[in-house]
Design a protein around this ligand. Sequence first.
Ligand code: MG
Length: 393
Amino acid sequence: MKITSIEERTVPIVTSLRNARVDFSEITASVVAIATDQFREGRRVVGYAFNSFGRYACGGPLRERFIPRLLRAAPHELNDPDTGIVGPGRAVDVLLQREKAGAHAERSMAVGTLELALWDIVGKMRGLPLYRVLAERFAEPGADVPRTVRCYVGGGFYRGANDLALLCDEVSGHLDAGYTEVKIKAGGLALADDLRRIESVLALIGSGSRLALDASCAFQRDEALAFARAIAPYDLRWLEEPCDPADFETYRAVGEAYPGTVAGGENLFSREEADNFLRYGCFGGRVVLQPDPPLAYGIRELHRIVEVARAHGVGRQNIVPHGGNMMSLHATAGLGLGSAESYPGLFEPFGGFSREVQVSNGFATLPCAPGIGFEEQPALYAIFRELAQRQGA
Ligand code: MG
């Protein structure tokens, strides 16, 4: 098979959301469409992906280096010799030619977004939903292919006026929709006000084990320690990103002062960065790792991060991909990881799952559409479709 054209575009995400550190008023995403010379059921096979969210679009490196590099590659460099279908890992090797080591964030999102779009192609060529392709390739030997995935709902952003009432309405809605585990933002208010938010949500969901907090890298060392000690009695599911992602010293101090689980990883962009985090953050097994596939070189790198984590004694159950989108859902199911994140109604049209996915009692069903299945997310697919039409697909 042959890649015939690649289109990309920067799309604004319109949202008034705010966490403890940033608002998302300028946030954007990169969308890509990779067209091939192959057809399935009368339609050209086109792979789609976007670069998750929380980080800005990566159109510069896509346009200037990575898309031209992929288009210049010969089919024999990209295609799996056994199947003749493009091999996403082989493609990443081509994309990383002439790239120096380190400074991963400068390229990992552009490469990861293209890699996910190539996996979409592989699923479509095989007529299988992506998680099944990934399970064949990456799951634990002998593991059953899952039918559902444990799924928690992210949200609880700060809303300004009427914040507490809006937070409780939001969480009640999630419980009504079938979620049992919730994550809310933390660290953006005075401690007493944040504790009031936590206690209000606990009154709704009943158990600290069902509530995670995301401090969004808000704290300096002393603030992080004070916050961790204050929330310790709630026995929560995890405390996420209490400090800068590279401040391993503070992570280690929090891990020593806090008896619960600490989470991080959405701002680590390679297996080397995940390795350092686990090696020097010193978690003693009480850690949840949250890599985001398109932000960090894609699915193959995610699998390498899983292997690194296992070498540090972190099991697959404690790896919970960030993202709240279809790419992370497939990755979680296909690699047999602990739980997926969900963002229903947030970061639209990029957040949330496709209409095939149903959530009940804290578990999400898995889709049947081949590939990632963005075709079953109508508002998002309209953006991809416009790209594909430029390609004559
Ligand atoms: Mg987070």
